[in-house]
Design a protein around this ligand. Structure first.
Ligand code: HEC
Ligand code: HEC
Length: 341
């Protein structure tokens, strides 16, 4: 009896030991923040962390409210003024991961994923992982808006402030609100599980963390698994709008775009004065306008966006090539034509 007790005790200790040693050897967990892993590999940028010392109710919860609801609570418990009359940040940005392969984001794959996840398909890049990126308003945004986006190119605070005013067409954010949004963005930063490693690569990263060598290579591997800046190319409507782009449209795919993107903002005029629904009349309207050069043509609004009209500071952001391919535009047109019949 005594013997078996001490034996089972020994076994238990042994099992505990194995369990413990297994765990302690494994220095990376799927839930680990990519930023923390990079820190262990010697790469970090502390300027991106929120400054809690700014006067005001700096908190991730205030940031979440601003992003999703458009206002937050002040230190005295009262609501701030709405940031924008027209939009909230989530009118145009998701706050969850929307690309499977973050190193090679692809709009068609994103569309399918958004349908599976039940999230909208939008012109702005998801805010999930925004703090892990290093450049903002890339590609043609930089070329086209030059000076305006200059301060925001490498500075996430400036990117947030710029979008509040220029994208959301609202008031300027107070400094504590910017820090709160940043604090919130750090709750939706990239985790190791979000990146696609093969076993060898993970081994190398683990070893680099434990043994202090090959750290640079390991950091390079980690950083190669996600895009450090969302690229953006402006593309143009087809030369002949009757013919459209040179692709055969797939109406089933077009339906995903209509439902998950257009209706997100236009259904019952949610973020727009222009109403879209599933009636034949609406589809006929869109079909007839598509071919022409009127400002309501599909090609026009998708590729150029809809500018701010005086007295009505609402506008529609354009879809860059990275957000909608020419093929996808034809898919949408095919769907509209089918529903208009
Ligand atoms: C009307 C649409 C719209 C609204 C509203 C909006 N944004 Fe944006 N935002 C965009 C577009 C379009 C871009 C262009 C670049 C991109 O996202 O790829 C952008 C870019 C950004 C970027 C840089 C992303 C990057 O990786 O280049 C940040 C950060 C950002 N917005 C934050 C916000 C915040 C915070 C709010 C709310 C206060 C907000 N945005 C509201 C449309 C919008
Ligand atoms: C992020 C929100 C958003 C998304 C997504 C969006 N729109 Fe818009 N759209 C707007 C806003 C805002 C306007 C500005 C006009 C207004 O508010 O009346 C607009 C304007 C338009 C107009 C011109 C109406 C006018 O009065 O000038 C058309 C047509 C249109 N959108 C179609 C579409 C289609 C088709 C899609 C899907 C491919 C789409 N929109 C996706 C927000 C959006």
């Amino acid at each position: 009896m005594k013997f078996s007790l001490s034996l089972s005790c020994l076994m238990l200790c042994f099992l505990l030991f194995i369990g413990w040693s297994n765990f302690s050897n494994k220095s990376i967990d799927g839930e680990d923040r990519v930023a923390n892993v990079l820190r262990k590999l010697g790469k970090y940028d502390d300027s991106k962390y929120p400054n809690q010392n700014v006067k005001g109710n700096v908190s991730a919860e205030a940031g979440r409210m601003l992003v999703e609801e458009g206002f937050a609570k002040k230190t005295n418990g009262k609501k701030t003024k709405k940031q924008s009359k027209h939009f909230v940040c989530t009118s145009c940005h998701n706050v969850v991961k929307e690309d499977d392969d973050l190193a090679n984001p692809d709009p068609q794959e994103r569309l399918v994923m958004s349908e599976q996840l039940g999230i909208p398909f939008l012109q702005g890049t998801t805010l999930y992982g925004a703090v892990n990126r290093e450049t903002y308003y890339n590609g043609d945004y930089e070329k086209k808006y030059g000076e305006l986006v200059e301060p925001a190119r490498n500075d996430i605070r400036e990117a947030i402030k710029l979008c509040a005013v220029e994208c959301a067409q609202g008031r300027e954010l107070d400094q504590w609100e910017v820090e709160s949004i940043l604090a919130y963005l750090w709750t939706i930063d990239l985790k190791m599980d979000d990146l696609l490693f093969n076993g060898e690569e993970l081994d190398l990263v683990e070893k680099a963390i434990n043994n202090d060598h090959d750290q640079e290579l390991a950091a390079e591997i980690v950083e190669s698994k996600y895009s450090k800046g969302a690229d953006a190319h402006f593309v143009y409507p087809p030369a002949d709008r009757k013919k459209g782009y040179d692709y055969e449209g797939n109406p089933e795919n077009g339906k995903l775009i209509y439902d998950n993107s257009c209706l997100h903002c236009h259904e019952r005029q949610r973020y727009s004065y222009f109403d879209l629904d599933n009636s034949k009349l609406t589809f006929k309207y869109l079909r007839n306008k598509a071919k022409g050069y009127a400002p309501h043509s599909l090609y026009q609004v998708i590729r150029w966006g809809v500018p701010v009209k005086s007295g009505k500071r609402s506008y529609m952001p354009q879809y860059t090539k990275e957000k909608m391919t020419d093929q996808m535009v034809e898919d949408l047109r095919a769907y509209i034509e089918k529903r208009a019949q």
